[in-house]
Design a binder for this molecule. Structure first.
Ligand code: SER
Length: 590
């Protein structure tokens, strides 16, 4: 059975049981600051688990694109993927355990033709907050699952998807992939990868609050999820997901470019990582993300760069990412009909991937040249020098080690780590120092420049893009100076737009409020923070504008004016380069 057939059968099964099919939501959550990517089908339905009626009704089914980066380091084995498709069905306060478990059993044994004797199921064992799920276990038993194939586990609890939200006990279904062998204890079989989970029925009737409390939802909901990649592999008798037709064209393309073989153990892992990461990158770009140093864009950049590095390991030294991406995009049967965004954005996907690959290869070339210079000169690269390469060229330390190995040299990793830790400490201290010295002078004008700096920072992000980040700030009684990440000189027009926007916010008499909150909460609320890990657990946050539609929100020790109308008139006096990838603005208040 192909992935496409599995998807069609699943949807049909639930549509014929009065479910309405809805489209997958975008991979990047629209209104959920608690997660970077959608990692489960239920996320787009969160508001409806608490009683708000869904426009299409109480029974829903879909195929959801998901990205999970939590176990990115496991990618390379036979079944972990960063991107995957999840089949799901939901009851929004309609049916509950009895119907769902019966349908799960029916779909697995009748539609997918799995021998019931090869099924294992797990149920929630209970904890201090919620009692043991005997009801689900007895339903499974009534359907014919023998009691020694029903296992109670304490971690059979799913969610919430982010830090708060709907969650509940679940019942997971596992298939014995080698029934011809003597049966082993469930936990052993699970660890060995012999019993593989294919489906999860979650009985979502709890909500985890901000205070970490589990409260009962006003209705009983069902949320299920079945991984397409894994189930397709099992149905086709493969122990390795990458052997299915979902992956084979991609694997073949990588083999063709590298001249190496997937079945050669030396190359299996790098080939899987390349295939996985490029497929994810294609879907992430199709949903509007571009490589950057921040949030989803940063994950995307890491995926692409890791794939390039793995390419090097299997001997690919020229641009190849877009060729693999084209193979993913060509999988019309599996994706194109379902996800029109792939074809619609094809050119953009390819050109973004090419640009990122060029950029990273340049970084690598420069770094390599520097390493080899050092080796020629000293016949060694010290830990400190390696750190400088890492810091100034963004050159991955593993590659420094590889390059040294070619010359029979070994990197002093401890010295490298020490240099890195020292650098982190120094930059924290100097940031703290800068911050403090700025605050030492609390005169009125300094206070005004502080607030003007927040307005400038936010306006730059609005006009130039979210990649803009403060890299330095200096205030005197005469002016503010602000450094930020941006590649190009600002145009006259952009400078005008900036001062217009800032002056408009000054004229709008926006109230500036200060709140104290946990740093995590501040980030969740969208506050910008600069000196990352130097922040204490509880921080002050300054918000410019109304709470529900603020213009700017920053973690900052202040002080600030209480209303933007105190700032007068904002004028940019100079714009210049502040080093590679950085610009500097001087501005005054009149
Ligand atoms: N939310 C559950 C999961 O992700 C079932 O869909 O496994």
């Amino acid at each position: 059975m192909t992935a496409r057939e599995l998807k069609e059968k699943f949807i049909q099964f639930f549509v014929s049981r009065q479910h309405v099919e809805i489209p997958s939501s975008r991979l990047v959550p629209e209104n959920d600051p608690t997660t970077l990517f959608i990692s489960a089908g239920m996320q787009q339905l969160i508001p409806y688990f608490s009683g708000t009626p869904h426009p299409v009704g109480k029974r829903i089914t879909d195929i959801q694109k998901c990205v999970r980066t939590g176990d990115i380091d496991d990618v390379g084995d036979s079944f972990h993927h960063t991107f995957f498709e999840m089949l799901g069905n939901w009851s929004l306060g309609d049916y509950f355990k009895k119907e769902m478990i019966s349908w799960s059993y029916e779909f697995l044994t009748k539609v997918l033709d799995i021998n019931p004797a090869n099924l294992f199921v797990t149920c929630f064992a209970g904890n201090k907050d919620v009692s043991k799920d005997d009801i689900s276990a007895s339903i499974w038993e009534s359907l014919g699952i023998s009691s020694d194939h029903i296992i109670f586990l304490e971690d059979n609890w799913w969610g919430p998807a982010g830090t708060t939200g709907p969650c509940g006990p679940d019942s997971e279904m596992f298939i014995d992939t080698h029934p011809e062998l003597p049966e082993v204890d469930f936990k052993t079989g699970d660890k060995q990868g012999r019993y593989l989970e294919v489906w999860n029925d979650v009985f979502l009737n709890y909500n985890k609050t901000n205070n970490g409390i589990f409260e009962k939802l006003i209705q009983d909901n069902v949320d299920t999820g079945m991984g397409v990649e894994r189930t397709t592999a099992i149905l086709n008798g493969f122990d390795d997901n990458y052997l299915t037709s979902i992956w084979q064209p991609i694997i073949k393309k990588i083999e063709q470019i590298s001249g190496e073989n997937y079945i050669d153990k030396k190359y299996t892992k790098p080939i899987r990582i390349i295939a996985d990461h490029i497929r994810s990158a294609v879907f992430i770009i199709a949903d509007g993300v571009e490589p950057s140093n921040k949030e989803a864009g940063y994950v995307l950049r890491r995926l692409i760069r890791r794939a390039i590095r793995q390419g090097k390991i299997i001997g690919i030294d020229t641009n190849f990412i877009s060729q693999i991406a084209n193979t993913v995009l060509d999988n019309q049967d599996n994706y194109a009909g379902v996800y029109p965004e792939l074809n619609q954005n094809r050119d953009k996907i390819i050109s973004i991937l090419n640009a990122e690959e060029n950029k990273f290869r340049k970084t690598l070339d420069n770094g390599l040249r520097e390493i080899n210079k050092l080796i020629e000169k000293n016949n060694s690269v010290s830990g400190k020098e390696a750190f400088t390469l890492y810091e100034s060229f963004g050159f991955p330390v593993e590659m420094i080690e590889e390059e040294m190995k070619k010359n029979n040299l070994v990197l002093n990793r401890e010295e490298f780590d020490n240099a890195k830790n020292m650098h982190i400490k120094q930059s924290q201290t100097s940031s703290a120092g800068k911050f403090k010295s700025g605050l030492a002078d609390n005169s009125e004008i300094i206070t005004k420049y502080h607030t003007a700096t927040h307005l400038l920072h936010q306006s730059l992000r609005k006009i130039l893009g979210e990649h803009v980040r403060q890299s330095g700030s200096n205030i005197t009684i005469d002016r503010l100076r602000f450094d930020f990440s941006h590649d190009e000189k600002l145009t006259e027009d952009q400078l005008k737009q900036l001062s217009d926007l800032i002056n408009q916010k000054i004229k709008a008499s926006l109230v500036v409020t200060k709140e104290t909150m946990p740093f995590i909460q501040a980030q969740k609320e969208g506050a910008i923070a600069f000196f990352g890990n130097k922040y204490p657990e509880i921080v002050s946050v300054y918000t410019v504008g109304p709470k529900d539609s603020f213009f700017s929100k920053e973690v900052c020790t202040g002080p600030h004016v209480s209303n933007t109308n105190e700032l007068g008139f904002f004028e940019i006096t100079k714009e210049e380069s502040a080093g590679a990838g950085k610009r500097r603005i001087y501005a005054i208040l009149k």
